[in-house]
Write a protein that binds this ligand. Structure first.
Ligand SMILES: *Cc1c(COP(=O)(O)O)cnc(C)c1O
Length: 398
């Protein structure tokens, strides 16, 4: 291979390392759970998976995956419109649409693809997209692929959102779509969907949300941020993932009115030109929805764990971003300290990750802890104890 090119790549990598921005991956050797084993054989409490409901290794989910593997095979070997649609895929589309309160839904290999393939088919150059500045990377990429004009409002700032809506209308946009994460992953901010719905109605805009950190557990019956905010059934387009609370394997979806979904099936490029979910994931995802529609026990336990941990970690002297989401950002501010805290916690048997610039703003480094329904009280007590000890050692708490 061209040696100048390789040398160039190596210098890019070295640059990332010297800037402290290089990401390394920790190897674990067990399924996701309240604890995981790391490659050096230690068992540690896991506080950094998106396994909100503990379904990644739930026996019923694993059994349903085995069953679908047995009855429907391993792979599709085709995109949907050639010969890649099984009854399981159609059933899952109906079930997820019903679960999130929409008429129909379309599956994608990932939520990244659902967002990447959403805007370009639906909106053209006469249209406008209004987007929260902290929206997920996949939304930003999806918007870039469309020809619509763009407005960006300050994170979660409703006055600034209204400014954008007015400007887009004054410029004569044909259709306006507001897009926001339902829950923002670095802060656990819950979008003000009730206010947003009212603003969108006032300015005749569509409201679309990404529910990756919400589907399955936000709201009284776990339907999502719209249920939590009292606007269930009133969101125009919902994208989401099966790779977090809803089983944790992979796969994404877009749910909306039938016309939206049908046009996406015709024109959405990640759908047209890429295989869909393996049958085992489709079958297991249906079992996940059976579980969640039958009982709110898991989301209730998650809510209990979240309330307990948020209270206990504050009592231990840490500052957290206030809120009620199972994402609990523990503020350290200093990037080096955040990394030291994460490293010490791992020694003490607690697996967490420090986040710092550019993932969060400069001077806003934090440990992002995520609660799960698989955690029992003793896991959380042990974690808080370890936080208190490491925090004292590093001079972060008294
Ligand atoms: C995780 C995430 C995605 C990507 O989901 P995948 O199904 O893993 O591609 C998209 N949007 C948001 C807000 C996310 O948190």
């Amino acid at each position: 291979m061209n040696t100048t090119f390789l040398a160039h790549l190596q210098s890019e990598l070295d640059g990332l390392k010297s800037a402290g921005l290089f990401k390394s991956e920790r190897v674990i050797t067990t399924p996701q759970g309240a604890t995981v084993r790391t490659a050096d054989g230690r068992e540690v409490i896991n506080l950094c998976a998106n396994n909100y409901l503990g379904l990644s290794s739930h026996p019923k989910v694993i059994e349903a995956a085995h069953e679908a593997l047995r009855t429907h095979g391993y792979g599709m070997s085709s995109v949907r419109f050639i010969c890649g649609t099984q009854d399981l895929h159609k059933t899952l589309e109906h079930r997820i649409a019903r679960f999130v309160g929409c008429e129909d839904a379309i599956l994608y290999a990932a939520a990244f693809d659902a967002n990447g393939g959403l805007f370009e088919p639906l909106l053209g150059e006469q249209d406008a997209i209004v987007s929260d500045e902290l929206n997920h990377a996949s939304i930003i990429d999806g918007i870039r692929l469309s020809k619509a004009s763009r407005w960006r409002y300050k994170h979660n700032d409703m006055a600034d959102l209204e400014r954008c809506l007015k400007e887009a209308r004054e410029k004569g946009a044909r259709f306006v779509m507001v897009f926001s994460d339902g829950v923002f992953s670095m802060d656990g901010t819950i979008a003000q969907l009730d206010t947003m719905r009212a603003l969108c109605d006032r300015h005749d805009a569509l409201l679309a949300i990404d529910e990756c950190h919400a589907s399955g557990f936000m709201g009284r019956t776990g339907r999502g941020t719209h249920e939590h905010r009292g606007v269930f059934g009133k969101i125009d387009v919902i994208t989401g993932t099966f790779g977090k609370a809803l089983g944790g394997a992979s796969g994404g979806f877009t749910a909306a009115r039938r016309e939206v979904v049908e046009l996406l099936r015709q024109r959405s490029r990640p759908y047209l030109f890429s295989n869909t979910l393996m049958p085992a994931i489709a079958g297991a995802s249906i079992a996940v929805l059976d579980l969640l529609e039958g009982s709110t026990a898991l989301r209730d336990k998650l809510a209990d764990n979240t309330a307990y941990f948020r209270r206990a970690i504050v009592e231990a002297g840490f500052e957290v971003k206030p809120g009620e989401h199972p994402i609990v950002p523990i503020m350290v501010y200093d990037a080096v300290k955040a990394q030291q805290l994460a490293a010490r916690l791992l020694e003490l048997g607690v697996y967490v990750v420090g986040f710092f610039f550019p993932v969060v703003p400069k001077g806003q480094a934090r440990i992002r802890v995520q609660m799960s329904a698989v955690h029992d009280r003793h896991h959380l007590e042990a974690a808080v104890k370890a936080f208190a000890q490491a925090g004292k050692e590093l001079g972060l708490v008294k």
